[in-house]
Write a protein that binds this ligand. Structure first.
Ligand code: ADE
Length: 236
């Protein structure tokens, strides 16, 4: 998918995503902020189809589960080949498996991963992947929440998007990643745009005052009040 279309600038983050359903990643990686960051060479992303590493007439990537449990399991060999094809070419900081069993993804983890050079994100699918991959090749497992997705692709897209917006230059207003919710463990203050009055629903006067000091104090107070009301656990 989109191989060769994007450049990689020296020092930029490289993310290789290995997936059995690469089509699921097409839209999130080819629009908006992620697309612009790829166009600018701020991040290099390549999606690898596990099926390209499968053998046999049907290029099978999954098989029945030993022990008779229900559901198909992604096979060890194609994933082994996909990962080692990459790790032979360069050193990876982490080989990450997306899984509900993993460490919970959050903003501090995103900040730390966005500073890495080379990452592999492996997406599981169906019932899971052959456990030998997790034992021998995976260095970190990440979950995006306590629920089960059909596969890791949506998690990989969420993580990639979160990392990309942290790369300097990825956002047009570079300061805006710093004011994202969670970046300082607080939720963002409310934002408004024109019109100032819609059917009697008014934008707070302070935001129209032009007094930047006052606006900034109001925004800080709002961020704190919203966090206390909606997500008090973030203040602990
Ligand atoms: N794959 C399936 N569910 C997942 C989750 N919650 N987080 C990451 N990867 C997953």
């Amino acid at each position: 998918m989109a191989k060769g279309k994007y450049i990689r600038k020296r020092g930029s983050l490289r993310i290789d995503i290995i997936s059995g359903v690469p089509q699921l990643l097409e839209s999130p990686l080819n629009h908006s902020i992620v697309k612009r960051a790829r166009d600018k060479g701020l991040v290099y992303i390549e999606v690898h189809d596990i099926r390209d590493y499968a053998t046999g007439k049907y290029r099978k990537i999954d098989d029945y589960c030993y022990g008779g449990n229900a559901g198909m399991v992604l096979m060890v060999e194609p994933i082994y080949k996909a990962i080692t094809a990459l790790t032979k070419q360069r050193k990876y900081d982490e080989v990450i498996f997306l899984s509900p069993d993993g460490e919970q993804f959050d903003q501090p983890m995103a900040n730390s991963l966005s500073l890495k050079k080379n990452l592999i994100l492996l997406c599981g699918h169906y019932k899971g992947i052959d456990h030998r991959i997790r034992e021998h090749l995976i260095t970190k497992e990440i979950s995006i929440g306590n629920y089960v997705l059909s596969g890791g692709e949506i998690a990989a897209a969420a993580i990639t998007d979160t990392l990309v917006r942290l790369i300097p230059g990825a956002l047009t207003d570079e300061t805006s990643a710093l004011t994202d919710s969670y970046q300082n463990s607080l939720l963002s203050p409310p934002v408004y745009t024109r019109p100032a009055n819609f059917k009697g629903w008014k934008v707070p006067d302070v935001l129209l005052s032009g007094d930047h000091n006052k606006i900034s104090k109001w925004q800080d107070a709002q961020a704190l009040a919203r966090t206390k009301a909606l997500r008090p656990e973030l203040l602990k």
